[in-house]
Design a binder for this molecule. Structure first.
Ligand SMILES: N[C@@H](CCC(=O)N[C@@H](CS)C(=O)NCC(=O)O)C(=O)O
Length: 213
């Protein structure tokens, strides 16, 4: 049995979504970021970076959402959710995962950092504008990588769609325009497609429900 350490409206929804897609039961432990629970020594023993998500497995604990969802698909995917190891399709999956987490996500994360996440004295207003510009540039690249495919790796929904879907939901929540005024209509349609999946709905709702417990 897995235990997911998470908090609503954070990257932990990626892991909750992956677990839902795979139909795996799991325990959920709310790490209250607002109360600073992630900074306790007890939690740092689970996640040295003091971040969510973390996934406790019978073999040890994993952090980094992209690595966790890849592990889950490899272990439980049964030829779904991730291309075959050592295939060219798998290399394209890895390429996409790295692009998503290093190029597409970072500008939105920078916007968040310079809006609320960093200590006030380190926030720069100009950074928000630069980050929005950088996001739009990366989004155009994503649009050309996606082209007219149903999902980022072709016609199979993979864990790269979980990461891409979450980044796009986050971008929408940050008031960024996903279609880039008509230049990336395929991205807006793709976001609607993947974020309409029931597993995402369930993951989102269950995390929120833990807040009121
Ligand atoms: N690269 C990590 C990022 C994890 C991360 O930054 N999590 C945020 C929430 S989305 C967090 O725990 N922030 C708490 C903090 O930085 O104090 C991943 O994808 O898992």
């Amino acid at each position: 049995m897995y235990t997911l350490y998470g908090y609503p409206k954070t990257r932990s929804v990626r892991v909750a979504w992956a677990l839902e897609e795979l139909g795996l039961p799991f325990d959920y432990k709310l790490v209250d970021l607002k109360q600073g629970q992630h900074l306790s020594d007890e939690y740092k023993a689970i996640s040295p970076a003091a971040k969510v998500p973390a996934l406790a497995t019978p073999e040890g604990t994993l952090t980094e959402s992209a690595a966790i969802v890849t592990f889950l698909a490899e272990r439980h995917g049964m030829h779904e959710f991730i291309p075959e190891p050592s295939s060219f399709a798998r290399a394209k999956y890895e390429e996409m995962m790295l692009f998503l987490t290093s190029e597409l996500e970072q500008p939105i994360w920078n916007m968040a950092k310079h809006t609320f996440a960093l200590p006030k004295e380190h926030r720069l207003e100009k950074m928000r504008e630069v980050a929005a510009w950088e996001f739009n540039r990366a989004l155009l690249v994503f649009s050309s990588m996606l082209a007219d495919k149903e999902f980022v790796c072709g016609n199979m929904f993979t864990m790269a769609d979980v990461i891409a879907g979450h980044i796009l939901a986050w971008a929408k929540g940050s008031k960024l325009n996903l279609s880039l005024n008509g230049k990336a209509e395929n991205v807006a349609a793709y976001a609607q497609r993947v974020l309409g999946r029931e597993a995402y709905e369930r993951a989102w709702r269950n995390e929120m429900a833990h807040l009121s417990e």
